[in-house]
Write a protein that binds this ligand. Structure first.
Ligand SMILES: Nc1ncnc2c1ncn2[C@@H]1O[C@H](COP(=O)(O)OP(=O)(O)O)[C@@H](O)[C@H]1O
Ligand SMILES: [Mg+2]
Length: 250
């Protein structure tokens, strides 16, 4: 079943068309990878899925994006609720300059949870889910910027999970990290896929192969090919996909 359906979507930044007639079905509780050369629209499409592009003044979208069948660009759609349901993790770890605890409690607090015991529970659950609890449980009051980049990224994942999203968008979440931290995040993505719908942009094709169920290959604003990850990598139907994954360009 599709968690997100993208239908005949075009996206313009001013006069520049960054996405062309995108049609994509993102399955529920699976990992979908977006791959392709730099500048081909992967981040643009990812950000469209929780309306982060609303913040770009000259960005215009036509077509439909449905979450559980509802058009997220419909006039009265609740964007705050959308961003709670569809969380995001960025390339550069970006914890708030606050304590580890307050980073995780931030979202739940903005959604009205004030009870200390409840917040404690959420913080512990989220940090455990993000596989960082053991490393930080004795320093929850330390500034989140004082820990390593790999740990900060898992704090950002925990922060996203704290509001119990249904979908997690990750834009090159390991490209600023060392190999050991990268492994930890990849393990985490594989664990989270049983409970969440995950969309991950990666420029690392091995990573797409390791963590994803489905792969969409982008080329200059279009989805050139979409299918099971094994098929895309072992038996691409489109010559351009084959050329890209065999390293001929990009
Ligand atoms: N805010 C913006 N304003 C204008 N053009 C943009 C903006 N963001 C991205 N673009 C352009 O849209 C295209 C796709 O960018 P992006 O989605 O970031 O690609 P990718 O993530 O695949 O590298 C690029 O040509 C980029 O320069
Ligand atoms: Mg990008």
């Amino acid at each position: 079943m599709s968690k997100i359906s993208i239908k005949n979507m075009d996206l313009f930044y001013g006069d520049f068309q960054a996405l062309k007639n995108v049609n994509l079905e993102i399955p529920e509780k699976e990992v979908t990878a977006f791959i392709g050369p730099s500048g081909c629209g992967k981040s643009t499409l990812l950000k469209s899925l929780n309306r982060m592009n609303d913040l770009v003044s000259d960005c215009r979208i036509t077509g439909d994006i449905l979450l559980d069948g509802d058009n997220i660009y419909a006039k009265n759609y609740n964007v705050n609720l959308l961003r709670k349901r569809v969380g995001m993790v960025f390339q550069q770890p970006n914890p708030f300059p606050k304590s580890i605890y307050d980073n995780i409690a931030y979202g739940p607090r903005t959604h009205g949870i004030k009870d200390k015991h409840r917040l404690d529970e959420i913080v512990e659950r989220s940090l455990k889910q993000a596989a960082i609890w053991d490393e930080v449980k004795d320093k929850l009051n330390k500034n989140a910027l004082s820990i390593s980049g790999g740990q900060q990224q898992r704090i950002c994942i925990a922060r996203a999970l704290a509001v119990e999203p249904e979908v997690l968008l990750m834009d090159e979440p390991t490209s600023a990290l060392d190999p050991i931290s990268t492994n930890k995040i990849e393990d985490l993505v594989r664990q989270l896929r049983s409970d969440y719908t995950i969309v991950i942009v990666t420029h690392n094709m091995q990573q797409a192969g390791r963590v994803s169920d489905k792969t969409a290959f982008f080329l200059v604003g279009e989805i050139c090919e979409f299918g099971d990850t094994a098929q895309i990598f072992q038996n691409p139907h489109d010559k351009r996909t084959e050329d890209y994954i065999s390293g001929k360009f990009g």
